[in-house]
Structures are given as C-alpha cells and as structure tokens.
Design a binder for this molecule. Sequence first.
Ligand code: GLC
Length: 756
Amino acid sequence: MMKLHLRIATCLAAWAAASVYAQSPAERFVDSLMAQMSWEEKIGQLNLPSVGFDVTGPMLSTGVEEKMKQGLVGGVFNTFTPVAVRKLQDFALEHHPHHIPLLFGYDVIHGHRTILPIPLGQAASWNLHLIELGANMAAREAAADGLNWTFSPMVDIARDPRWGRVSEGAGEDPWLGSRIAEAMVKGYQMPQMQSHYSLGYPQSIMACVKHFALYGGAEAGRDYNTVDMSPYRMENDYFPPYKAAVQAGVGTAMTSFNDVNGMPATCNSFLLKDVLRKEWGFDGMVVTDYTAINELMFHGMGNGAEVAKRALLAGAEMDMVGELYLTHGDSLRKVHPEVGVAIESACRNILLAKFRLGLFEDPYRAWKEADSEVIMSAEHKELAKVSAMESMVLLKNENRVLPLNSAQKIAFIGPQVKRRRDMIGNWSGAGDWTQSRSLWDAVESWDNVSYALGCNLVQDAAMMDQLNPHGAQLSLDERSSEALIKEAVKLAKKADVVVLALGEPYGMSGEAASRSSLTLHDQQQALLEAMAATGKPVVLVLMNGRPLCLSEADGSCNAILEAWFPGTMGGDAIAALLSGEQSPSGHLTMTFPRNEGQIPIYYNHRNTGRPFDAQQKYTSKYLDVSNRPLYAFGHGLSYADYSLSNLVCERVGSELHVSYDLTRSYEGYGGPASQVTQLYLHDVNSNMTRPVLELKGFDKRDLMPGQTQTIHLVVSRNEWGYFNSDRHWVMEPGEFEVSVGFSSDQRPLQTTVVLD
Ligand code: GLC
C-alpha cells in the first residue's frame, strides 16, 4: 500500500512541479499523468462496464476483474456500498500500472435509498428549493454508499405520454425544465463547495445530464424510436434544459439512443461537438448510454470498428458496457491518427472528471459518516414525505368531497391501497420497496376504515408475464373479478365515502414501457364504475408514472388526486392530504389528454392559420373530441380558495417587472395551503409563428386565510427572444400579451405590453 501512496504522491509532485504553466492544476496533473500512460491504459479509461447489484440494460459486462488487472477499466456502474466499492477500488488501484482510481456511477434518479417521488412528480411541486434538497439528499446517501457519479438529471422534454420515460423527466415546458435541471445539478454537485476543478465535499456526486439529445421526441411515443425535428423546435423547445444543466456546471453528459434527423446522437458531432462543446462551452465528459455505440450497428452505421470510429470522432468519450473502444481503439488509432487524438482527448476529460471529484487524493471518497446516520435517516424520510405531499396534484374536487373528516366511514378500495412495490416507482435505484409506506400502512389506524381489493392491479396474463420478470410483484387474487367487485360494492355501500386507489404497476412506466392505450387498464375502470354506481362519493387516488387518459374516470368520480409513484413515504403523504392535514399544492408539468388521439398535445403549441372556432367548419379541430386537454399544463386544485388582482407590468432597464396580488379567502379550508401562480407571455406578432403561451415565471407561497400578498416576478430580456429557423437568436420588438393565473388555461389577469 505504501508503494501506492508513493506513486500517487509522485504524480502529485509532478503536478506541483509543473505548476508554472498557464494550465489549471487539474490540467497540469492530468497531462503529466497521461505522459506516463500507455495507449492501452488510455483506451482503458474509456471503458465503463456494469458490475454489481443492478441490471439496467440488455447485456451484462464480463471479465471485468481481468480487464482491471490490465488497467482497462475507467469506471464501473451498478456497484455500491462502501464495502463493495472499497474492494473494487482497492483491486483497481493495486493492479493499475499508474494506480488510477475508478469512477463509481449509478442511476440515482429520484433518491438513492430514501426514495423521492418520481421526477415528473417532483416537478409538479413547482418547488425548486425542495427539488434541490431532494437531489442533495440523494447525493449524500449515494456518497455514503460509495458512489461518486449519478446518471441524473434526466431532462428530456416530452410531449407524448405514450413514452414511458416521461416519468423520469420534468414534463413539457422548456423554461421550467431548465430551472429544474439547474436545481438538480446544484443539489448533486453542491456548487457552494465546487470550483471548476473541485466538486465539493465527499458528500457531493458528479451529475450527468441526459439523454443528449431529444430522446423525448421519439416518434409515436415508442421508446428508442426515430427523432426528426426542425432546428427551430430543437432550439426553442427541447435544447434549453440540457443547456441549463451545462451552464449549471454539470460534470458529465450522456448520449441518447435515438437518431436525430438521420444521425444517431451517439455519433452525432453536430450535437456532441458543435452544440454541446463549441456553442454551450461544456468542458465535462461525455458518456454513452448503455451499449449505444454497439447499437449504431443496428442503426445501420457500419460494423463494430466503423461505429467505434464514428462515435470516437463525434465526441462520445466513455463507452458504457459495449467495449468497442477496448476492442478496436488501438487498431483504429494506428490507421487513423485522428482516432488517436480523439482517444487522448476522451481520456483527458475522464481523468479531469476524476480529478474534479478528488479521487486522486481520496479514491474512496465514501463519506465517513456511518450509513445509519445518513441512509434512510428520519430527516431524509421527512424530506421524502414533504416532497411527496408537494408533488401530488388535486385534479378534481367536486362539491369539496376532499378533505375527508374523521367522522366519516371510509372504504379504502383498490389494488394500490396495500401495494408497496409501486410506491418507489421505476428507476428506484437502491431503494428498498419493502421499506416503503403503502396507503394502508398510513390509514389502517384511522377510525371507521375498511378495505377491499376490488380488482387485480393487472389482470392480463401477457402483461404480467412482461412485468414480473423485472420485479413487478404482480399476482392474481384467487377470487374472480366479479367476486372482487361484488365484495367492494358491499363494503362501499356501508361506507360514507370510497377512496379508490388505482393506477399503474411501476413497470408500466419508465424505460422500454411505452403504451398505446393510456386509460385505466384491465378491471380498474369497471371497478370505478361499480363504485360510482353505489351513489357514494368516490375519491380516486392514482399511482402512475405518466399522464393517463382519464375522461371516463373523470366522469365516474367526485375527486381525483394524482399521487404519481410517490416514494418511500408515499402512503403517509397521501393520507396527510386526504385528511386535510395539508392541502394539495401540486400543479401539472405535463398535459393530460382526453384520449390518445390528441397526442402530441401540449400547452405551448402554435396557433395555426385556422385556430379552432366553434362557429366555423373549416378550423383546426377533431370531429369527435375537443382540442382542449382533460387537464392542462399548470393545472392543480387546492382546498383553499384564492383570487388574483392588480396586475402591474413595467419595464425596468432591460427587464420586465410584473407584480400582482394573491389573496387567500377566509371561507372553507383553514389548514396549511400553498398556491402556484404562473406568468405567461405571448408574442402577438413575430417573424415566425410563436407559441400561444410561454411560461416565463412562477411563484409558490403559503398564505393564511384572508391574507393578501403582492408577488413580484422579473422577466429578463432574453426571455422574450427566440431562435429562428437558422438557429440564430433574435429579439423582435413588439406587443406581448402578459397573463397570470393558476394554470395555463386559467389566467384571470391579462394585459399587453410593448417590449423591444
Ligand atoms: C439505461 C438508460 C439510462 C441509464 C443507463 C445506465 O439504458 O437509458 O438512462 O442511465 O442505462 O443504467
């Protein structure tokens, strides 16, 4: 071990001695180290195999220890716990010719062991500070578990809920998605402690913005499918969150599986070099998605050697699992010197990332606090509960059937009343679903409650066969569907109110989980209708990973609470909202369609030359359904009542200052409630067709009953410009409509301003 530290000390000394040039300390250190490395070692840094406890892709790495012995591994992912990390790191340091430490990556997507709501749920909280705290908590638990890199935030804009990975992102809006991307990068990397080449204390982990790029634009909402998109839409609607993560200092970026306008992202130099590095100034490291280089062969881009060359020259630096750089890198560089340049550049960025993480000074970096103090701590569980409560969206509350009261006899019915597995949703990393709190865990101690299964979460055998091999924990009750519903009806008739918990098993959302039908599946709608037929008030609680098509459900129930996959403390969070301990405050960040035929449907659409007019035949519409969604972007009800007034807009320097009054009325609910007010702009006349609305600001705050507060929002000048079809940024003076409201389709305050 002494030899090891002596060697590291030698490298550090070399770095110190070379400290006379203009380079940064990190660059000096890395360049001095690379000067000592063989080509084999340099290529080895580009190799990222999967080792350990989780399987997150179609093939598994083999012979990893043997490759480590030859210094042919730059990092691993899917390994955690200090014991496992130390073992692998020790092995790697001992055997690497220059004792270069490994990166340890993992999909810490919405928490590490204490699981938060899925990102689409957290986004619905519209609470950037809470989202940052959540990422920070995840980082501390992941670091305590030996990890130093997460493949998060996923910031792919998505307008198509058929795509199962909408669960992992922040929804459809580029401005809000950008703010959330910034918050998550800050939460993971703790910028208060990071400089350009130092990623903060050991509690921080390096973040990874993904999937670059435009993965959410897959045709037909089918995962991994083709993306074809105009530069105009790319720049204005899909690029902003990636760019925001880069500007927030994200340490790495991950290439996406899809092709973009005919060129797969993983070998797309327009994306990886022109945009990411030259235009946005990204100076981190680019990792591919799982075997994405190998999959270039399926894209039809050549054989193994050819696709390895394409990816290297395009700027894909670390090869996740595919090992094509390992196989072909050396022979390619001998024939193509430019490949050698690309290999060295990639190796340098990977080593700089390790330096930034402090791995050369402390390869273990696992934060010294004992797991028990950090992982699944009471503080973290409380944060998870708060995050879950703020993420949930009250979609409907007819006749104020919510909140419930303790005198009521409540029948809790449905497959999601007792299931724990789905609480932590998809991409739940190291989360232990058996530790999560179901709805029943939280309410069974209430007075006057009863329970019935009502229906199986999944009835269809073929669907069960798809999901159970991946841990869905689905089974069929021994009773028939009819018997289950009959029992539920009998119970409902004895109750004052029915709480019906339905939704998706976690495996029906997430990766490789696109759906063509988004209604409540199998027996769920039948159960809902049977409950409605009893004449009792029905409160539908949904646990799912995407917008569903709820038109029928909406017609059969009095209230709908969208709980998403709410995380470890989800049951307690739902119970707190149902009981009125706190009012729901979530607002949708993705549109809920009436039916699949409306998709893609999103609020910031363009007007067309024949916008809908009920009095006219020849206008843009469907014959069989309204153009309007069932629930719009920004929608979310509260138990409290609010009003808006006194909108004032004024130019202050180059900014637009907007102020307005929010009042919470005395009537009705008196408990804790917060409200999200949203500021939208619309460019009335422009040289290109612009969205009918664009979110440019929001505020979330608590008010006491009867209280009024004046809210001030500032819109910086670059918020009302846009990229034209040549990808040039343009600012056009003219008239802008300014509106403020509680949703994109409920904006009581409106005015017009002239902006230059
Ligand atoms: C998966 C996902 C990506 C994830 C990676 C590693 O296929 O596409 O989001 O980070 O592989 O698990």
